[in-house]
Design a protein. Structure first.
Lengths: 65, 143
């Protein structure tokens, strides 16, 4: 699943470690999501959505399947 | 989460665990291939043994359900997915390796090693779990 996590993070000038700390996950988890190697669970997707204060569908795009 | 659980439930820690575990499993597997394991004698009370075996399976499976909940609680989203998915790979691998070993490899090499020996099962599960883990680490957990 594609996502805009890297762009959203860059807009706030956060490092992967900063974002990981805010989401209470590991830096490796943030990296895996950003590179499309891991699709987050619903709970984590909601946490990301709340952190960036935008709907989840604006962060994640499942159009590509 | 304490610093101990944070250190334990990290991909860095599991990278080492699986890397060292894979080497160990590989060595045990190579060692066990050159050894003969005679079948143990049947238990003197097979019915009681069977009942206790079933009870043990139930107890350990239920205990594993609880420990899996702990894993889910302490491991982050990515690590839990990695562990769960690679465990599934290991389960499929042990079933298929057992079949391949009994139906293809042993007849081909003229052996008659007893199937499902602890010394073979654990290394196969460990090794395939590690292979699954590193494959998912490199290629991702997504479909």
């Amino acid at each position: 699943m594609k996502n805009r996590l890297k762009v959203l993070r860059a807009e706030r000038d956060w490092s992967q470690a900063d974002l990981a700390e805010r989401l209470k996950v590991s830096r490796q988890a943030v990296n895996a999501i950003e590179t499309g190697k891991h699709d987050p669970s619903l709970a984590l997707a909601f946490r990301i959505s709340r952190l960036f204060e935008i709907p989840a569908e604006e962060v994640f795009d499942d159009e590509a399947g | 989460m304490t610093s101990f659980t944070k250190a334990i439930y990290s991909t860095r820690y599991f990278d080492w665990v699986f890397a060292l575990g894979a080497v160990l499993c590989l060595m045990v597997l190579l060692f066990s291939a050159s050894r003969e394991f005679p079948l143990p004698p049947l238990p003197s009370q097979p019915v009681l043994y069977g009942l206790i075996l079933c009870a043990t399976v139930f107890a350990i499976a239920l205990l594993s359900c609880l420990t899996s909940r702990l894993d889910h609680r302490y491991a982050d989203d990515y690590l839990f997915q990695l562990l769960a998915q690679s465990a599934m790979i290991a389960v499929v691998a042990i079933i298929l390796v057992s079949v391949a070993k009994d139906l293809v490899l042993l007849p081909l090499f003229g052996g008659s090693q007893a199937p499902l020996m602890t010394v073979t099962v654990i290394p196969v599960v460990g090794l395939s779990w590690a292979i699954g883990y590193f494959f998912l680490r490199l290629r991702g957990t997504g479909a």
